[in-house]
Ligand binder design. Structure first.
Ligand code: FES
Length: 104
């Protein structure tokens, strides 16, 4: 298996379509990327942009997989909490969650 894929533990998808971009989705993604580097876990977390998720107006959104967590209304100030609380300590940031996808 590819070593980079082997190291990956989670994948975060940021909506990169018009409405969310207008609400600074790229800036939020960059802020998360910086915090991942600071936390030393940037090789474990893959970041990608998606097309519109169909929930325009409540963005920007970030979907964390495999956890099934949909964060919404994000700002750059939320990046540190998402990285430290959710990705490092495995405790999703409840007040930023719009939806959870249950595997059961
Ligand atoms: S533009 Fe992000 S949900 Fe539609």
């Amino acid at each position: 298996m590819n070593m980079r894929l082997k190291a990956m533990k989670k994948h975060i998808f940021f909506c990169g379509s018009e409405h969310c971009e207008g609400q600074e989705s790229s800036e939020v993604m960059e802020a998360v990327k910086e915090k991942l580097v600071e936390a030393g876990i940037h090789k474990e977390i893959k970041l990608s942009k998606t097309n519109c998720l169909g929930l325009c107006g409540n963005g920007p959104f970030a979907l964390v997989y495999p956890d099934g967590i949909w964060y919404y209304n994000l700002t750059t100030d939320d990046a540190e909490r998402i990285v430290m609380e959710h990705l490092v300590n495995n405790e999703p940031v409840e007040e930023l969650i719009m939806h959870r996808i249950s595997a059961t």
